[in-house]
Design a protein around this ligand. Structure first.
Ligand SMILES: Nc1ncnc2c1ncn2[C@@H]1O[C@H](COP(=O)(O)OP(=O)(O)O)[C@@H](O)[C@H]1O
Ligand SMILES: [Mg+2]
Length: 270
């Protein structure tokens, strides 16, 4: 018997225009529950717009977003968003920032998620006393307390120094591999994308031009030649370097059978 697997999240001919500019042009993509997707592309190509649509903060101009097969209308209650700037309230202590917006007493849950991000010892601290990395840990804890099934990350590590960024990447991967929420990470850091994602989706001039599965074992090692080849391949695609324009594939790059897959897939399981 054939069973049709429903995607957790589906973009169907998704369009967004800010009159008269078309920002997203008929995007089609299927994302399965628990998948980690990275979205890369040049500045202004519509990455943040896509995340806002997925969060239900804005409405599509055409097409739709389906959550478990149902069209998303209004706010997406399954989603939590994390930004480059942690957006902590400076007049609230760390613990209260984490439980922000929740009614009732959520002290224990807030302490538990702070423990998860390794920051329980800072629960009574003011945000101003935290480093950039610590502020982003608080922002992550604030997302996790809602137990999201969809985590939307808009360049959350973009303002951090290289070492802190790598530490945070490991933390995000560890928590994701344990909790298995679906993740969409927008990043300009291609190494970060290849390090974390099951698939890297390339947005270019409002369209999905690549959808690249990353078949490397986790945790991924950046000094591996295959890792470097995939990063180079994606960079070439983003920058439209001549070799990418000649249609050289990832398979030639790495000597392994990698294929960018079409952005629309229907999975039938026997
Ligand atoms: N609220 C808005 N009104 C008008 N134009 C917008 C609005 N939000 C984004 N844009 C435009 O949409 C395009 C994509 O923006 P954005 O999604 O922020 O890009 P990215 O995150 O990839 O850098 C840009 O040209 C931007 O100026
Ligand atoms: Mg953006």
């Amino acid at each position: 018997m054939k069973v049709v697997k429903t995607s957790h999240l589906e973009l169907v001919n998704l369009q967004k225009s800010y009159h008269p500019t078309a920002v997203l042009d008929r995007l089609n993509l299927q994302i399965h529950k628990g998948e980690f997707i990275a979205i890369v592309g040049k500045s202004g190509c519509g990455k943040s717009t896509l995340l806002r649509l997925l969060a239900g903060l804005e409405q599509p101009s055409g097409g739709e977003i389906r959550l478990e097969g149902k069209p998303l209308t209004g706010l997406n209650r399954e989603a939590c968003m994390m930004f480059q700037d942690g957006r902590l309230l400076p007049w609230k202590r760390v613990l209260d920032n984490v439980s922000l917006g929740l009614k009732g007493d959520h002290r224990e849950e807030a302490e538990a998620v702070l423990r998860q991000v390794g920051l329980d010892h800072k629960k009574d601290e003011w945000p101003a006393k935290l480093s950039g990395g610590q502020k982003q840990r608080v922002a992550l804890a604030r997302a996790l307390i809602h137990k999201p099934s969809l985590l939307l990350l808009d360049e959350p590590l973009g303002a951090l120094d290289a070492l802190t960024r790598i530490e945070m990447q490991s933390l995000i991967e560890e928590i994701w591999s344990f909790q298995r929420f679906t993740s969409l990470l927008v990043t300009h850091d291609v190494e970060e994308a290849v390090s974390l994602a099951d698939r890297v989706v390339l947005l270019h001039e409002g369209k999905i031009t690549q959808n690249i599965p990353i078949p490397l074992k986790r945790p991924r090692k950046r000094d591996q030649s295959t890792f470097a080849s995939i990063v180079n391949f994606i960079l070439e695609q983003i920058l439209e370097l001549p070799r990418a324009a000649q249609g050289r594939g990832l398979e030639e790059e790495t000597g392994r059978p990698f294929h960018a897959v079409p952005s629309v897939r229907v999975s039938n399981v026997d």
